[in-house]
Design a protein around this ligand. Structure first.
Ligand code: PGA
Length: 255
């Protein structure tokens, strides 16, 4: 299943249990009417996925995913969720390698590759997050870091599977900080991602992969970021927690 661009995705991180999830969707689905010229996705907590699925049962235009998986199919991995379990619970997408997974939980490039492989084996869509820290940017290494993160993963994706790959460029220094990459900086890094995708899969297949921007996207800056050539959508943390605000972001993209 290829996603329709633009892709507007909300990453709820460790917020909203089932009760708040139901309340959120009651408001959001009132504020956001189905449109077939874009894809709207939420990544709730695993414990709220069933509530989200229930609340969106009449809205197949809203897709759901999980924020993390383990690469093994099952076993003694306390606290972890497998791709098969996530798929069974209704997830269509999986975030892989979010900067908090990498920097708070120490996830490596190698583990990120194993997770993407597992997501594709399980038939779901992998949203691979990449991005540099402020230190790496100041050192002039932003491009090299993102190329390295992509190079660790793209070789495990086959040409047949590339339509189930999404890349999210999220500079770590812009996540949850209120600082956003300028549209021009975001555009430059999106070209780096696009280039790596074209090298791995050829120009046409590489161009078809949605490349999202993430990092302090808000209702008042979404439109200009989404206008930047090569920005195929946004991955939104804090501002996706507010139903009206996220509906405004979903509407900010040109169709
Ligand atoms: P933020 O988070 O929008 O709160 O900066 C983005 C993300 O972590 O995906």
């Amino acid at each position: 299943m290829a996603l329709r661009k633009p892709v507007l995705a909300g990453n709820w991180k460790m917020t909203k249990g089932p009760t708040e999830t139901v309340g959120f969707f009651a408001d959001f689905l009132n504020a956001w009417m189905p449109r077939d010229d874009r894809t709207v996705v939420f990544f709730p907590s695993d414990v709220s996925l069933a509530a989200a699925l229930d609340a969106t049962a009449d809205r197949p235009d809203v897709l759901l995913g999980v924020q993390n998986v383990h690469w093994e199919r099952s076993g003694a991995f306390t606290g972890e969720t497998s791709v098969g379990m996530a798929a069974d619970a209704g997830a269509k997408l999986v975030l892989v390698g979010h900067s908090e997974r990498r920097h708070v939980f120490g996830e490596t490039d190698g583990e990120t590759a194993k997770k993407v492989r597992a997501v594709l084996d399980g038939g779901l869509i992998a949203v691979l997050c990449v991005g540099e820290t402020i230190g790496e940017r100041r050192a002039g290494d932003a491009e090299a870091v993102v190329r390295r993160q992509l190079a660790a993963v793209l070789p495990v994706v086959s040409a047949q599977e590339v339509e189930r790959l999404v890349v999210a460029y999220e500079p770590v220094w812009a996540i949850g900080t209120g600082e956003t990459a300028s549209p021009a900086d975001a555009g430059a890094m999106h070209r780096v991602c696009r280039d790596a995708l074209a090298q791995a899969f050829g120009r046409e297949a590489g161009d078809a992969v949605p490349v999202l921007y993430g990092g302090s996207v808000k209702p008042d800056n979404a439109a200009e970021l989404l206008r930047e050539p090569g920005v195929d959508g946004v991955l939104v943390g804090g501002a996706s927690l507010d139903p009206a605000g996220f509906a405004a972001i979903c509407g900010a993209a040109a169709g």
